[in-house]
Design a protein around this ligand. Structure first.
Ligand SMILES: NC(=O)c1ccc[n+]([C@@H]2O[C@H](COP(=O)([O-])OP(=O)(O)OC[C@H]3O[C@@H](n4cnc5c(N)ncnc54)[C@H](OP(=O)(O)O)[C@@H]3O)[C@@H](O)[C@H]2O)c1
Length: 250
């Protein structure tokens, strides 16, 4: 299927590793000029070497000014921005019931504000290109799965943000959607660590909780992201798509 993404400029936040890297790689395979982002120059360089013609910009997207500078760099170097993927997020937090005010702020910054600030900084450019936005949330934001509470609440907020922003952005010709992944395995991921520590527990969880009885891979998320980012998804906005192998039950 030709996704008609040739020549589009795509910025993926948090793309030196994991799901973000794979989304960037997939968009590049579809013909996009991709701009990678992360905080470590070394990791960013290593990622850039794996994607032909990829560009990269260092920025911590928890900082609104850094988001503005990031988008400005993309516009100066490539003249336009067509696709923004807000991928930065982290579930590493305290066990349920142990949240402090500082932990709430930290988790909202990394999971919610990293998204809203990137969108804020990129909106004018996306209006100019009639572009679109994809936010990476989590199935933790949809159902009570025992994940860290502040992570689950922040991801639920991302999904609500997407639903509630679709109209104001839609009036300006910009689409916004989110993808809620389940358990995704890749080198250096949480699931790689859990598999090493206790493979039997992971297997039990998969058989009990996941219809397809396997962990997902970054490509499972990246292929959907490429479709949503493309003109083929032109009538889709305000939606959250679950990619979890059938873990959610409601
Ligand atoms: N992995 C899963 O099973 C899973 C499941 C559901 C949802 N998700 C969601 O999917 C997204 C990606 O997860 P992942 O597991 O692929 O993450 P990851 O492996 O931790 O990768 C995170 C990427 O983001 C960069 N990054 C982290 N903080 C940043 C910041 N403040 N500013 C800019 N870049 C930053 C990292 O590079 P630097 O550290 O160098 O900045 C790295 O490139 C997250 O939103 C996560 O919540 C993941």
């Amino acid at each position: 299927m030709n996704l008609e993404l040739e020549g589009k400029v795509a910025l993926v936040t948090g793309s030196s590793a994991g799901i973000g890297f794979e989304i960037a790689r997939q968009l590049a395979l579809e013909g996009c000029q991709v701009v990678l982002n992360g905080r470590s120059a070394q990791r960013l360089r290593a990622a850039q070497e794996q994607i032909a013609d990829a560009d990269s910009v260092l920025a911590d997207v928890r900082d609104p000014q850094a988001c503005q500078a990031l988008v400005q760099s993309v516009l100066e170097r490539h003249g336009r921005l067509d696709v923004l993927v807000c991928n930065v997020g982290s579930g590493a937090s305290v066990p349920p019931g142990k949240e402090t005010p500082a932990e709430w702020h930290r988790m909202l910054d990394i999971n919610l504000h990293s998204t809203t600030q990137a969108v804020w900084a990129a909106t004018d450019a996306l209006v100019a290109s009639r572009g679109n936005i994809i936010c990476i949330s989590s199935i933790c934001g949809i159902e009570a799965l025992g994940c860290p509470v502040a992570y689950a609440a922040a991801k639920a907020a991302v999904e609500s943000y997407v639903r509630n922003s679709a109209r104001s952005l839609g009036r300006k010709g910009v689409r916004i959607n989110s993808i809620a992944p389940g358990n995704i395995l890749f080198k250096g991921s949480v699931w790689e660590r859990k598999l090493k520590e206790d493979p039997a527990a992971v297997e039990t969880m998969l058989v009990r909780d996941v219809a397809l009885r396997r962990l997902g891979c970054p490509q499972d998320v990246a292929r959907l992201a490429a479709y949503l980012a493309s003109p083929l998804g032109a009538f889709i906005t305000g939606a959250t798509y679950v990619v979890d192998g059938g873990q959610l039950r409601s």
